[in-house]
Ligand binder design. Structure first.
Ligand code: NAD
Length: 416
């Protein structure tokens, strides 16, 4: 988190903005400012040197009006409860924007996976799963990967959950390895949806995609898949960053070579043929499309004036504060918000869950066709709202999400 912005406070501000603009029922808006349930666990594990270490883990189940809780699990040293609450709220809005039958949740463990061995991570994951066992389930709450976790983490969760229940339950998590019931296309789905949204936005503002210059902040799972997809669409990747630094090459960076270099050395910093520039300069670089794909609050009041990109397609969750979003809208930058742009991940997670429940397998072509259709429809719905209301795509996406949540809640009623 930069600039000490509390992301959960930003979520509540965003709900207030939308509530006024779209006349959302106050009882609905008030409930959406509170997570339904928070589970905090202290996870004791034996480290490889035989020391006992206790980690703090969270699962925040935000809302289930539209379906079971759904959301990733983050392993990162800076995980804190308000961050997990914000991420869980965004999941609730995201599943509503792309109209999939899920609610929203998120989990996290305060740890540094980069400094832990594979066996330590396995013990941590299994113990955490056993401690949240009662509140998750294929029809209750379905976890997925996020920052610092991957398909291996999901395999451990699936195995722990299945072992305790006594039968194989692949539908307990999404983002699994393919031969354990993972979906074709899940790994690249978030990046693909970020790229599809950038492509549609380019079309709306008359920007030619072929040769369009792209800068990607955060070269992890989402950053790589976005760069790869945009490159395949004809764009030129001119800048990349990760925690070690930022690299620039105006002639274009090959996303595959950058990934292989990162796999070998731990970072993209130092890739042959590229210049090194200070980390945060990436956001201000002269480019056509900017993709923030690292963590929250990268684009704030302090740097949004310096952004030169014409389009921002948000891979990360919460990379732009509401205030910065307003300024970018006034400046005419086309921002595709996280709850729309990166929704490809949860969309294909939903496809994975449907395949698992039906013991079925879809081809990559089938998955990508369904993803493409859903992203185009959702983008157009949000865009139509934004034109109607003369509001940013973010405000429009929140209006669409909150309207759907409002409708669901008013029909369900309040128990008791
Ligand atoms: P990841 O751990 O694979 O990658 C994160 C990358 O960001 C790493 O390469 C890290 O070095 C880099 N990074 C961190 N801080 C940085 C900084 N200050 N400057 C530059 N780089 C920095 O995680 P991921 O799964 O790619 O997730 C990235 C973002 O996308 C997160 O906000 C996550 O919540 C969001 N997201 C992920 C998915 C998914 O399917 N994995 C889906 C939707 C949204």
């Amino acid at each position: 988190m930069y600039d000490n912005v509390n992301p959960f406070e930003e979520v509540k501000k965003q709900i207030n903005i939308v509530r006024e603009k779209a006349d959302i029922d106050s009882t609905v808006a008030d409930q959406l400012k509170h997570p339904r349930q928070i589970i905090t666990v202290s996870i004791p594990i034996k480290m490889d040197n035989d020391d006992l270490k206790i980690f703090t883990g969270y699962r925040v189940q935000y809302n289930m009006w539209r379906g079971p809780y759904k959301g990733g699990i983050r392993y990162h040293p800076s995980v804190e409860l308000d961050e997990v609450k914000a991420l869980a709220a965004w999941m609730t809005f995201k599943t509503s924007v792309v109209d999939i039958p899920y609610g929203g949740a998120k989990g996290g463990i305060v740890c540094d996976p980069k400094t832990m061995s594979c066996t330590e991570l396995e013990r941590l994951t299994r113990r955490y799963t056993s401690m949240i066992m009662d509140v998750i389930g294929p029809f209750k709450d379905v976890p997925a990967p996020d920052v610092g976790t991957d398909s291996q983490t999901m395999a451990w969760i699936m195995d722990t959950y299945s072992s305790i229940k006594g039968y194989s339950i692949p539908e307990i998590v999404t983002g699994k390895p393919i031969n354990l019931g993972g979906s074709q296309g899940r790994e690249g789905a978030t990046g693909l949806s970020v790229a599809i949204c950038a492509r549609i936005a380019a079309n709306k503002i008359g920007l030619k995609l072929s040769g369009a210059r792209v800068a990607v902040q955060g070269y992890g799972k989402v950053g790589y898949a976005t760069a790869k997809s945009l490159n395949e669409m004809g764009c030129k990747i001119i800048a990349l960053s990760d925690t070690k630094g930022c690299i620039v090459n105006q002639k274009g960076i090959d996303p595959q070579k950058a990934k292989e270099f990162k796999n070998k050395t731990g970072s993209i910093y130092g890739l042959e043929g590229c210049n090194k520039i200070p980390l945060n300069d990436l956001l201000e670089i002269d480019c056509d499309i900017l993709v923030p794909a690292a963590l929250e609050n990268s684009i704030t009041e302090n740097n949004c004036d310096k952004i030169k990109a014409k389009i921002i397609s948000e891979g990360a969750n919460g990379p732009t504060t509401p205030k910065a979003d307003e300024t970018l809208f006034e400046k005419g930058v086309f921002v595709v918000p996280d709850v729309l742009a990166n929704a490809g991940g949860v969309t294909v997670s939903y496809f994975e869950w449907v395949q698992n429940l039906n013991r079925d397998r879809w081809s990559l072509a089938e998955v990508n066709k369904r993803l493409e259709e859903r992203m185009i429809n959702s983008f157009e719905e949000v865009h139509a709202f934004s034109e109607q209301m003369n509001a940013s795509m973010r405000t429009a996406a929140y209006v669409l999400a909150l309207k759907r949540l409002e409708e669901a809640h008013l029909k369900l009623g309040l128990f008791p």
